[in-house]
Design a protein around this ligand. Structure first.
Ligand code: TXA
Ligand code: MG
Length: 314
């Protein structure tokens, strides 16, 4: 079944109808493709967990197209709006305190007293949210623990007919998930490194932010699980050169069978990361992949986080 729909007005309206009637729509964002449902429709939200085969309910990010809606369901302050003004639309997600007793969003929030929200920087995502008239909750549109999707075809390969419509927006420009920051306390705490560089947030706030990498046995975010984003084959990271039988993903001057960015550009490398991991997974005839060292600055932090988890084996 081909459920990939090209980007045009008619298909966006059709997708909005699917959202409004309780279905699932996969849509492009600047980071990765999301698997979306109406935040207020628990039945639709539970279909997301079934399609992803997530073993338990985890809180989901609400995607909004208008900052003002925040006032209706989250505790906001000047810091929240200042960060939103600087970084939205864009790959930065806020964890905020919930203010309303709206039980219909309990499942989306996993029963927590917090709510997680971002405004994606993608015209298709923003139109879909506006036409649906509700915030759209969306985890990455892939099966639990597998590599995140950065094209419509990746979504179709992973989720098939469990999603009603896949809107095709081409390849995602950023390529790694949003950075998640917890704004519920005095200090800003980063829960997941992602598409917004930590340095940029710190420069804007004029202070260092804390990092909570989480307790892997009790993750605040599934992204904090030791094994996540994983290819089928073994992955070795920080490899200066490949062993004979490894399929090698290079970076910068350390060239490989493929190279995340020959010029050593971390933004380009992030955009290529998940697609190249999939590609290598198909090419690695001996079951082994290796990847060159990636620096830790800028988007390198998110890239290292993802490949470290992808390489984890018990
Ligand atoms: O870039 C992104 O963020 C993509 C696109 C589709 O927007 N979405 C995404 O969603 O990566 P997901 O579900 O794959 O990852 C969201 C992470 C999860 O690890 C979840 O546990 C965490 O955010 N999270 C959500 N709400 C939370 C909360 N209230 N407190 C702590 N972590 C939370
Ligand atoms: Mg995910």
């Amino acid at each position: 079944m081909n459920n990939i729909y090209q980007n045009n007005r008619e298909n966006i309206l059709k997708a909005a109808d699917v959202i409004k009637s309780g279905g699932l729509v996969a849509f492009p964002t600047e980071t990765v493709y999301g698997l979306g449902a109406n935040v207020y429709d628990s039945q639709a939200v539970s279909k997301i967990f079934a399609a992803k085969q997530r073993p338990k309910f985890d809180p989901l990010i609400s995607h909004i197209a208008d900052v003002e809606i925040l006032r209706t369901y989250a505790a906001t302050d000047e810091r929240v709006f200042a960060l939103a003004k600087r970084f939205w639309p864009g790959p930065l997600t806020f964890v905020l305190k919930r203010i309303e007793e709206n039980p219909s969003i309990d499942l989306a929030c996993s029963g927590l007293r917090t709510l997680t929200v971002r405004m994606p920087n993608h015209p298709i995502a923003l139109s879909l949210i506006k036409e649906s008239g509700v915030p759209i909750v969306a985890p990455s549109a892939n099966k639990y623990q597998s590599i995140s999707p950065t094209t419509a075809q990746h979504v179709a390969d992973g989720l098939g007919s469990s999603v009603d419509m896949i809107l095709d927006g081409g390849a995602c420009k950023v390529g790694v998930e949003s950075t998640i920051i917890d704004l519920t306390g005095k200090n800003v705490v980063m829960l997941r490194a992602g598409g917004t560089a930590k340095e940029d947030i710190e420069e804007f706030l004029g202070e260092k932010i804390l990092i909570n990498e989480g307790n892997p046995d009790l993750p605040t975010a599934p992204g904090q699980l030791l094994r996540h984003y994983a290819p089928k084959n073994m992955l070795r990271i920080n490899a200066e050169k490949p062993e004979n039988d490894e399929y090698f993903i290079g970076f910068g001057d350390i060239d490989g069978d493929i190279n995340l960015s020959k010029s050593g550009d971390l933004t380009e490398a992030a955009a290529n990361l998940f697609a190249y991991l999939r590609f290598a997974d198909n090419k690695a005839v001996n079951g082994k992949i290796a990847i060159a060292p990636i620096p830790l600055n800028g988007l390198g932090l998110a890239i290292n986080d993802r490949i470290k988890r992808a390489s984890y084996h018990k």
